[in-house]
Every structure is written in structure tokens, then in C-alpha cells.
Write a protein that binds this ligand. Sequence first.
Ligand code: HEM
Length: 108
Amino acid sequence: MYLAMNRFTVLTDNAAAFEELWLSRESRLQDMDGFVSFHMLKGPEAEGRILYASHTVWQSEAHFRAWTTSAAFRQAHSGAGQTRQLYEGAPTFEGFESIQEIDALSST
Ligand code: HEM
């Protein structure tokens, strides 16, 4: 399992517009090979800013890398230039390889 996370710092005044951008988009993630799940996470607020993180789980890093070179990725980001004023600077990307997994339904 591979987790791709992108963090956005958003002024509280822009939070509603930022959330609407994500909630109204047409996602094609479910069409992608190796896609497992997506969450847009709203984190803590401090000094007038809210931390958001997009959190996408893939079966493997190779599946994630294939998505980043796909037409679906380009399409998902084609409008990103117009919405850059909603968050500060560039988003911060972090990729994680899972080394242990425990979930409620798995037997140990
Ligand atoms: C490797 C780095 C990146 C990852 C892993 C990533 C991840 C994602 C994902 C999973 C989505 C949703 C796609 C969908 O549902 O089909 C998305 C959309 C978006 N990303 Fe990224 N992204 C990356 C780079 C960037 C960069 C550099 C920016 C800013 C310049 C950005 C800004 C956005 C925005 C604003 C959207 C919403 C698009 C819209 O509907 O207009 N992303 N990204």
C-alpha cells in the first residue's frame, strides 16, 4: 500500500471556497488502476489558517506514479492555476510506503 499526501495551508476566509472546489470537482480516481481510496482531510486551525491534506491510497507506488503521468492527472490539475490564490504557496507533497497494516476486519 502507498499513501500520497498533499498538504494545503488555507486562510480561514478562503476555507469555504477551497472546500467547494474539492466537493464540486469531477473525480476520475475511481477509473484508475490501483486506486484504493481518497479523503480530503480538514485539520487544525492556527493563526487564521487551516491545514488541509488530500490523502490518496494506492495499491503500490507504481500505481500512483502511473496516475501522475496520466491524462486523468493532467485533467484534474488543469484548473489548479486559477485556484492558487485559495491557498498559500505550493502544496507540500509527501509519499508514504506502508510497512504495517492493521484494520478492523482483518484477522491477526
Ligand atoms: C505529486 C503531487 C500531487 C498529488 C499527489 C496531487 C493529488 C491530487 C488528487 C488526488 C486530486 C484529486 C483528483 C481527482 O479526484 O480526480 C488533485 C486535485 C487537485 N490538485 Fe493536486 N496533486 C499534486 C500536485 C498538485 C499541485 C502542485 C497543485 C497546485 C499547484 C495541486 C492542486 C490541486 C487542486 C487545486 C486540485 C483540485 C482540482 C480541481 O478540481 O480544480 N496539486 N490533486
